[in-house]
Design a protein around this ligand. Structure first.
Ligand code: ADP
Ligand code: MG
Length: 381
């Protein structure tokens, strides 16, 4: 990334007071469990969003991004960005401005922010939460406001929900703020409580590859809403608050007549168990055994939740044929990334096999990222 301090001076004609960084994340396992009040197990990536910032005392938030055009200026005392109907070219600024507006109620104020990122946007690695969390940390430090991190995660989530208008769960912001190197974060999406779970693939002779399948997830909007409804409906029919509360899976399936709803319930309930089992394996130091959990998750997402896509299935299939321990699609579905767990001395072969499978079908070459569990958000300077 650029030297943000000097870029800040060029952009705003004064010195930055500091630089803050918040990472993107990958969810190891626990897909579509978050809005069912269930469990997720994300870890922070070695990539993220950095923000150079200086305080302003005139109640104005001014933001620029090296990944977007123009400067956006807005009052921190305002309603919601989403209700102001900003034009598309400044839509990106809803994330930092919205964060400033939510935090304003907790005592922060204005600032000038220069943003830089090495995370792809919209690729399911959570650049949006990284942007909110880096902004939130900068604003708290600049205005001398102390908010504990679980609470800050809730406020950043609120910025995305209320200000941007995106009804996301708490996972992305929690991962960005709470993760630590060499660990995944077990997050209970009902209570908001989390705990650190050791996860250091390299120390176990393993590599976790993230593969950007290069298939866009533009379709996700409507499908995501439909899947949520297909989880809420059976929960209501079964008389539970959320599918997380289904204890007797066989009994529940027996009470549901719609085969589609049965498949959705099957996925959510078993996926929660897979998060618990994966946590147990990691705590026992059996990292390689996670491969079987990833495979089971992928099959469930493909066949029960029905949100996988051809490039993801081909990547997982090619990886397994080349000797990977396991792999699965990640994210909302219908596009985005896949993760693959392989012995480190096989990772090159696995990569080549995935690339060859793509080339054979004439698809755009996939991109690979060595997903090392890294530190959460922090001040860099
Ligand atoms: P994801 O969080 O998976 O990357 P989202 O659609 O939730 O995908 O968030 C991506 C959006 O976040 C972008 O469209 C843009 O509005 C905003 N964003 C993320 N990073 C930056 C950045 N570096 N500069 C400007 N906007 C950004
Ligand atoms: Mg996002």
């Amino acid at each position: 990334m650029t030297d943000l301090g000097s870029a800040f001076r060029t952009a705003f004609g004064r010195a930055a007071e500091g630089v803050w960084h918040a990472p993107g994340r990958i969810n190891l396992i626990g897909e579509h469990t978050d809005y069912n009040d269930g469990l997720v197990l994300p870890f922070a990536l070695p990539r993220g969003v950095s923000v150079a910032a200086a305080r302003r005392d005139d109640g104005v938030i001014e933001v620029r991004s090296l990944q977007a055009d123009g400067t956006v200026t807005a009052p921190v005392d305002g309603g919601t960005v989403v209700s102001e109907g900003w034009p598309a070219e400044r839509a990106w600024a809803a994330y930092p401005v919205g964060t400033a507006r939510v935090l304003r109620e907790h005592g922060t104020g204005g600032a000038s922010l220069l943003i830089d990122s090495d995370l792809p946007q919209g690729a399911g690695l959570s650049s949006s939460a990284a942007l909110e969390c880096a902004t939130a940390l900068a604003l708290c430090d600049l205005h001398g406001v102390e908010i504990d991190r679980p609470e800050l995660a809730r406020l950043a989530q609120r910025a995305e929900n209320d200000q941007v208008g995106m009804p996301c769960g708490l996972m992305d912001q929690s991962a960005s703020l709470l993760c630590t190197p060499g660990h995944a974060l077990l997050l209970d999406c009902r209570s908001g409580l989390s705990s650190q779970v050791p996860f250091d693939p390299a120390a176990a002779g393993l590599t976790l590859l993230a593969v950007d399948t290069r298939a866009s997830h533009a379709l996700t909007g409507g499908d995501y809403g439909r899947r949520r409804a297909e989880c809420e409906q059976p929960a209501a029919l079964l008389g539970v608050d959320a599918l997380r509360d289904v204890k007797d899976l066989a009994g529940a399936l027996g009470r549901l007549r719609d085969p589609v709803l049965r498949r959705r319930v099957q996925h959510v309930v078993t996926e929660n168990h897979r998060v618990e089992a994966s946590t147990g394996l990691l705590r026992a130091g059996a990292v390689a055994e996670l491969g079987a959990m990833l495979n089971a998750s992928h099959l469930s997402l493909r066949d029960q939740f029905e949100i996988s896509w051809p490039e993801a299935d081909a990547a997982v299939d090619a990886a397994l044929r080349a000797g990977a321990r396991g792999g699965r699609m990640i994210g909302g579905g219908f596009g985005g990334s896949v993760i693959v767990l392989a012995a480190s001395d096989r990772a090159g072969r696995v990569r080549d096999a995935i690339a060859a499978a793509y080339a054979k079908r004439g698809w755009t070459a996939p991109e690979f990222l060595d997903a090392v569990p890294s530190a959460g958000a922090r001040r860099l300077s």
